[in-house]
Structures are given as structure tokens and as C-alpha cells.
Design a protein around this ligand. Structure first.
Ligand SMILES: [Mg+2]
Length: 214
């Protein structure tokens, strides 16, 4: 599929705009486990099971914790994203290829607005993005639920037929494909679902190969 028609470039943040190899997200994962263990007075192993079950059922652990246990999302997000950014190394090549994309660029994250800003600024790419759509913007309803995608395209006047979305979580690309977007999975090229148009394990290299030629 040619990407010459793309005017809106939408990127997930965590493990998409930086490599999963950085092991940065593991810190957030552990903070969430500790938060749940503390909040529900559970041993870590049990807290972790609940964390992963809600992640599967709701798209984020946060949404499940709000639905089932009425937790305060702002307190949760503050603690979950209170992490050391130093494992993330800014990549000037990523900055260059993002800057070269024709059209508008967006971050669309299941994390908080503050997290997107912290990570984006640390990676020295935040200024390249026109808008951010974060978990607060759809009242804490997360990808892959349909609602945040619909609210995002409406809020930013995005025509899905001229949009592209990149994600490291394959299932988060099913709704975008249904809406008419081109989809890129940042990950391994195995067991790729049919709603994925392109796969790469190196976003910078892939974008650098002039996406309209793919
Ligand atoms: Mg991600």
C-alpha cells in the first residue's frame, strides 16, 4: 500500500517512539503493580495478575481499576509515570525522519498527557507533534476500545482515509484499520493479524525509507 495520500501521522508513545529494548516501560509496569498491591492490600503476585487481567479486558489497568474499584485516576497516573527517564536515549535520526513527514503528527497514548510530555521532551521530539491525545481525553477509556479513536479523529479533524497509525500493540490497530487508516506494527513480523498493513522492528529506518514508496 502506498502512503503518498497520508496527511495525518498518528503514533502511539510507549515502546513505539522509543525501542522496547530500552526496558524503560518495565519501570512503569512495576510501579503499577506496586500501586495496585498497596491500594488493594494484596501480595505483589496477586496484584500483578489483576493488573494484567485489567490490561487485557480494558486496554489499560487504570480503566479496570476505576471500573471495579473506583480509584482516583490522577493519583494513579502520577505514581505510575513517576519513573527515571535516563534509559531513554534521544535519537536524532528519529527526529529527522519525523520532521520530514508531510502533514500533521499526533501522539495517541494510553498514558497521561504529562507522561507524553515528559517522554517526548526527553526524546527531543515533542515539539514536532501538532497534538497529543492521552488517556484523560477520552475520560480514561483506552485503546483498543473504539471510543478514544472516534473522539481523537473528531477532535483533530482527522480524515481516517488520509491517516496512518503506528503502534507496538497489534490489537490497538484493528479499529484504525476498520476506520480506513493505514497501519504499521512496530514489532516482530510473526503472527501478524490481517488488519496490519506494514511491520517493522525499526521505526526510524522504516520512516526514513520514504514512506510513500512502501
Ligand atoms: Mg505502546
Amino acid at each position: 500500500m502506498s502512503l503518498g495520500h497520508i496527511k495525518h501521522w498518528i503514533f502511539d508513545l510507549d515502546n513505539t517512539l522509543y525501542s522496547g529494548d530500552a526496558n524503560f516501560f518495565a519501570q512503569i509496569d512495576k510501579k503499577i503493580t506496586a500501586y495496585i498491591a498497596d491500594f488493594l492490600s494484596l501480595p505483589p503476585a496477586q496484584a500483578r495478575r489483576i493488573q494484567k487481567q485489567y490490561l487485557f479486558d480494558y486496554g489499560t489497568s487504570l480503566t479496570g481499576l476505576m471500573d471495579k474499584h473506583g480509584i482516583d485516576p490522577d493519583d494513579f497516573l502520577y505514581h505510575a509515570h513517576d519513573v527515571d527517564l535516563s534509559p531513554l536515549i534521544p535519537n536524532p535520526d528519529l527526529r529527522n525522519v519525523l520532521a520530514a513527514l508531510p502533514g500533521q503528527k499526533f501522539i495517541f497514548t494510553n498514558g497521561s498527557r504529562q507522561h507524553a510530555k515528559n517522554v517526548g521532551e526527553h526524546l527531543k521530539i515533542y515539539d514536532l507533534f501538532d497534538q497529543v491525545f492521552a488517556i484523560e481525553d477520552a475520560d480514561y477509556i483506552a485503546k483498543p476500545q473504539r471510543l478514544p479513536y472516534e473522539l481523537m479523529v473528531k477532535k483533530f479533524n482527522i480524515d481516517p482515509a488520509c491517516a496512518f497509525m503506528a503502534e507496538d500493540t497489534a490489537r490497538n490497530l484493528e479499529i484504525p484499520k476498520q476506520m480506513g487508516m493505514a497501519t504499521l506494527l512496530v514489532g516482530e513480523d510473526t503472527d501478524v493479524p490481517p488488519y496490519i498493513d506494514h511491520v517493522t522492528n525499526d521505526l526510524t529506518a522504516w520512516l526514513g525509507e520514504k514512506p510513500h514508496e512502501h
